[in-house]
Design a protein around this ligand. Structure first.
Ligand SMILES: [Zn+2]
Length: 98
């Protein structure tokens, strides 16, 4: 049984995504590029609330969906070693419902 590449729900063989929303979000997320210096700045100079403001500004500036940008930033921060992936994943799951 294949899985929806965005939300990881099980889907039928004939489908690539479980819904049009997932398809749209998936490609939107893939297209988001966050420069490393931006991530560094967020996690070096900003506290949590300032970081949120910067992420909102960035999403507006580049016309990105905020929740997807946030997801991308967290993912990149984990890769960059600013966040611990295992604890952040569970925190994200509780925030976004998986
Ligand atoms: Zn899906």
């Amino acid at each position: 049984m294949p899985f929806c590449p965005y939300c990881k729900k099980k889907i039928t063989m004939s489908k690539a995504f479980c819904s049009d929303d997932c398809k749209e979000n998936y490609f939107h997320l893939v297209s988001i590029r966050v420069p490393r210096p931006f991530i560094n700045r967020l996690y070096t100079f900003h506290n949590e609330s300032e970081r949120e403001i910067e992420i909102i500004k960035y999403s507006k500036l580049h016309n990105m969906k905020l929740d997807l940008l946030r997801k991308k930033v967290y993912g990149d921060a984990i890769k960059a070693g600013f966040l611990d992936g295992s604890s952040t994943n569970s925190a994200l799951q509780s925030t976004y419902g998986g």
